[in-house]
Design a protein around this ligand. Structure first.
Ligand code: F6R
Length: 595
């Protein structure tokens, strides 16, 4: 949520900043801006809209020859998307960019800046005015003074006209990394700078970094010097390449089999868990996540409970941390997050650790905060996911949960050994079955043509089917803006069925053979009231609906992995026909680093 980029000592700062912003645009895309320090003066350009709009604006600017600068791509929290609210913000000789929320901005204004006129509606602007207010002749001291007063979450990159050779960065509860290569660099996300650096430092909360042209010094907020050792990182050769696909989302749906294969291959036969994951048979598992990752948790619960006979609570991270969870040393907490930076999930992880729980994370980004702070990390191998709506990372998270479920069942001796062997075999074949499920795309295109103008839809399912329905509903609503709801199929008649009328669209997910008859009754109930039902089912479970999408048979516990594919494709094609901005849906961002 918001992307920060900074550089110092580079040959040309503007292209470095723009390249970084383009790579981090997934973090927020309602406005963007840069500020560079050239011949003792800071020049700022910012613009509402995408980075492309900023690039256009820059074409008209001259005199942007600079070696040091900062940039920002925004997801609005305080103040609507506009040129004025876009970052960087300036006061006196200081200019800064910010990711996070300064929760006490109103109190600080009242206490220190009563007479200061602000130009924007942002919380951020208060921070830059404070820098100016506390500055006499030492930037670092003004920064330390300011950040000691700020409450909330903030990653900052600051430049000052009086110190043209130094870039200042701060991290408190918002991600920021810094690195050294041909110059020094800062970014919200390692992948934005990984190709430019040989040495990386992940900043911790409460740290200030001072980036000179070829070295970096670290301080705490009391300005005590800190010695840090570099972190490992992977060079990311990713280029924003959609291949033959019109959108990243479609490309990533098609990369799902590979994401599953790589994740399974990395762990199934390597005994990595045996070496590192020492967990005694617990009294309960907690699975905590947000959005689609939470939906994979709903699948995980059923897989774990079936295989381990241990109860599992699945919680949304934003609720978990404030619910005084009954977590202790005997209730491992599994955090699922593609980005590894989701603020609520990170806070939930810290809450779980505080309460003495062992923590396991399922994360797609190795260098992320959640990966580095949990006791054990299971890295999904989905590769960079660019479309805001997750597809391949979701598929890889499911595979990771199957792996963990099998691992725990083996470790605790809670499932039949032959059954576990069968599951392992099925898991090594899963990518092929998911690949075969992609064969439904032509049928999906036809269905999408018929559904493109609907204004609402209901997704229903039982058992695992409900978990798939929840994800299907989220996928369609977030990219097509059609109002969607997901229900446990048996719940419809307790209220929501009153909304069903002639032509209402209902998508029914039939994941469990043994529940097919029950789901059929629910389908019949809505059809007899006029609903048009599209059923997703596997080859061996026949179901009667207005349209049926059949996917290949798979191990019953893995059915969501195949059945989600047609629903992802359906969402994609409906959104495409509606002319939606599929890879960057309105109001959303890929990495949600504010609460
Ligand atoms: C929906 C989607 C989101 C994320 C959620 C958690 O398509 O992508 O619901 O699943 O914001 O993000 P991560 O997994 O990065 O913690």
């Amino acid at each position: 949520m918001c992307g920060i980029i900074g550089c110092n000592g580079v040959e040309a700062a503007v292209p470095v900043l723009i390249n970084g912003l383009e790579r981090m645009e997934y973090r927020g895309y309602d406005s963007s801006g840069i500020a560079v320090l050239s011949q003792g003066k800071i020049i700022t350009e910012k613009k509402k809209g995408r980075v492309a709009a900023l690039v256009k604006r820059l074409e008209q600017s001259t005199n942007l020859d600079a070696q040091i600068g900062i940039g920002h791509t925004r997801w609005a929290t305080h103040g609507k998307p506009s040129d004025e609210n876009a970052h960087p913000h300036q006061s006196g000789k200081f200019t800064l960019v910010h990711n996070g929320i300064i929760e006490n901005h109103a109190e600080l204004k009242e206490q220190y800046l009563k007479l200061t006129k602000t130009k924007s509606d942002t919380d951020t602007e208060i921070a830059v005015h404070l820098l100016n207010r506390f500055y006499s002749d030492n930037c670092l001291e003004a920064i330390a003074h300011t950040v000691r007063l700020l409450k909330g979450s903030f990653a900052l990159a600051v430049i000052c006209e009086d110190e043209p050779d130094r870039l200042f960065c701060v991290r408190q509860a918002s991600p920021l990394v810094v690195g050294i290569g041909d110059g020094t660099f800062a970014a919200s996300d390692t992948s934005a700078i990984s190709e430019k650096i040989h040495t990386l430092y992940r900043m911790n909360d409460g740290e200030i970094a001072v980036l000179s042209k070829d070295s970096i010094e670290f301080f705490d907020f009391g300005l005590n010097k800190i010695t840090k050792t570099p972190d490992e990182f992977e060079k990311n050769s990713y280029t924003a390449d959609k291949g033959n696909c019109e959108h990243f989302m479609l490309k990533e749906i098609y990369e799902q089999p590979e994401a599953i294969r790589k994740t399974v291959d990395a762990y199934l036969n390597e005994n990595v868990f045996d070496l590192q994951l020492k967990i005694e048979k617990p009294e309960r598992f907690y699975i905590v996540a947000c959005g689609s990752a939470y939906h994979t948790g709903l699948v995980g619960r059923q897989v774990f409970e079936r295989l381990t006979k241990i109860p599992v609570s699945v919680e949304t991270a934003s609720e978990f941390r404030y619910s005084r969870p009954l977590v202790n040393g005997n209730t491992p907490v599994i955090i699922i997050s593609q980005s590894g930076e989701t603020a609520d999930s990170l806070a939930a992880l810290r809450e779980a650790k505080k309460r003495g729980a062992k923590t396991v994370s399922i994360v797609n980004v190795k260098e992320s905060s959640i990966a580095s702070e949990s006791d054990f990390v299971l890295l999904t191998k989905a590769g960079p996911e660019i479309a805001v709506a997750t597809t391949k990372a979701y598929g890889a998270q499911l595979a990771a949960l199957y792996l963990l479920g099998i691992y725990f069942a083996e470790a605790f001796g809670t499932a039949d050994k032959n059954e576990l062997e069968k599951m392992k075999k099925a898991l090594t074949e899963l990518h092929k079955t998911v690949s075969a499920a992609l064969g439904c795309e032509e049928l999906i295109k036809e269905i999408a043509q018929r559904l493109k103008d609907i204004d609402r839809a209901y997704f229903i399912g039982r058992g695992l089917g409900f978990a798939a329905a929840a994800e299907g509903s989220l996928k369609l609503k977030e990219i097509s803006y059609i109002h969607c709801e997901a229900y446990a199929a048996g719940e419809m008649k307790h209220g929501t069925i009153s909304l069903i009328e002639k032509g209402t669209t209902v998508v029914a997910m039939n994941t469990q053979k043994e529940l097919t008859h029950k789901l059929q009754s629910n389908i019949d109930e809505v059809r007899s009231r006029g609903a048009r039902v599209i059923a997703v089912t596997s080859a061996e479970s026949k179901i009667d609906a207005d349209e049926t999408i059949t996917v290949p048979e798979v191990h019953p516990l893995f059915a969501v992995s195949t059945q989600i594919v047609p629903v992802q494709l359906l969402s994609y094609h409906i959104a495409r026909l509606r002319g939606c901005d599929i890879d960057k849906p309105r109001n959303l961002a890929k990495s949600v680093t504010v609460e």
